[in-house]
Design a binder for this molecule. Structure first.
Ligand SMILES: Nc1nc2c(ncn2[C@@H]2O[C@H](COP(=O)(O)OP(=O)(O)O)[C@@H](O)[C@H]2O)c(=O)[nH]1
Ligand SMILES: [Mg+2]
Length: 328
């Protein structure tokens, strides 16, 4: 069969390069995932199956970090400093910044936005924006799939999302470690935690430590609230991203310590099953779920699948059982 040359490397080749840990395969892999044409979707599915845990012989080695917080809190500035720190530690890094302007119109909402600084010639760093998409109560599939593709090839994969309150939990779908970034002087996160609206994240980061007292107070208040909630273990760190940066190495250490303690295999397996069920329900509706015998039956069906399967293959298993076809 002849194939169009303009398509770039084929899924099997790209998958093999990603499995070998070659970050230079990443841009083509992301292009393949974002290709929404019918043939493109097929190639993306093939590519994702190539980097499934079954093919990798285990979970992808990257530390997948979710970094989330309201606009203007300093996430991008912090990531510039963290990327530098990770490169000094000889870690390769991919950052997927979920762009909320694709959901809400215009970028003005974000005020003055810093970009994530990095050396464009350094192939050990990849920074990409991905569309927020339309999926309610979850990360859009393209972001999740980008993480699945990049996790074998980079040491650290960060998903930067904008959110306050409940939307923070979206990144839990992909992240081994969730860090919530807090603006000094804003009581939002504190109130959400106290009210139980927001789940306690793995790590809390108060930015703009250079502002002094207000940042100190934010950190103290959060620590007190966590103690009251019985979450003594949750680290609360204070950082400044402006030169001279402070607290960055400590944050990198805290992230690593969490990863070392987390049951990554269980967390990712659960996430893949939840995502497959959500994708299936959104694409085919509640009626299709009823054809499987309801949510519990669908969950049992997923639990009976090979734990090494990727999310798309799991979704396909549900589709086959319900005898519905995946759309365009
Ligand atoms: N004083 C101070 N300002 C900061 C710090 N980090 C970020 N900012 C400023 O806060 C604003 C928003 O930062 P940005 O990184 O774009 O936030 P994001 O929207 O969360 O990604 C910019 O004007 C930054 O210069 C910091 O550590 N100290
Ligand atoms: Mg930003």
């Amino acid at each position: 069969m002849s194939r169009p040359a303009a398509r770039g490397p084929q899924p099997a080749e790209l998958g093999a390069r990603l499995r070998e840990g070659d970050p230079s395969a990443a841009p083509a892999a992301l292009n393949a995932i974002e290709d929404r044409s019918p043939g493109g979707r097929e190639r993306a599915a093939e590519l994702l199956a190539e980097v499934s845990p079954a093919k990798l012989g285990g979970e992808a080695s990257a530390h997948v970090i979710g970094l989330t917080g309201p606009p203007g809190v300093g996430k991008s500035s912090l990531l510039s400093a963290l990327v530098k720190e990770w490169r000094e530690r000889e870690r390769s890094v991919a950052v997927l910044a979920v762009d909320p302007s694709s959901k809400r119109s215009g970028g003005s909402l974000l005020g003055d936005r810093a970009r994530i600084e990095h050396d464009p010639r350094d192939h050990g760093v990849l920074i990409r924006s991905t569309a927020a998409g339309t999926r309610l109560g979850g990360l859009a599939a393209p972001t999740r799939e980008a993480v699945e593709a990049l996790a074998p090839a980079f040491d650290v994969v960060v998903v930067e999302t904008v959110g306050v309150g409940q939307s923070e939990t979206d990144v839990e779908e992909v992240a081994d470690t969730v860090a919530v970034v807090v603006q000094p002087g804003s009581g939002d996160t504190l109130q959400f935690l106290k009210a139980g609206i927001m789940e306690v994240p793995d790590i809390l980061v108060v930015t703009k430590a250079d502002l002094g007292d207000i940042a100190l107070r934010a950190r103290r208040d959060l620590s007190a609230a966590l103690r009251a909630l019985g979450s003594r273990e949750t680290p609360v760190l204070s950082v400044s991203s402006l030169p001279p940066p402070s607290g960055i190495a400590e944050l990198a250490d805290a992230l690593e310590e969490h990863r070392a303690r987390a049951d990554v295999g269980a967390r990712r397996l659960r996430a893949r099953r939840l995502a497959a069920l959500a994708d299936f329900t959104i694409e085919h509706g509640e009626e299709a779920l009823r054809r499987l015998g309801g949510r519990r039956a669908a969950e049992r069906l997923l639990a009976g699948q090979d734990p090494g399967l990727d999310t798309r293959t799991l979704t396909r298993a549900l589709e086959e059982a319900a005898q519905v076809r995946s759309g365009a």
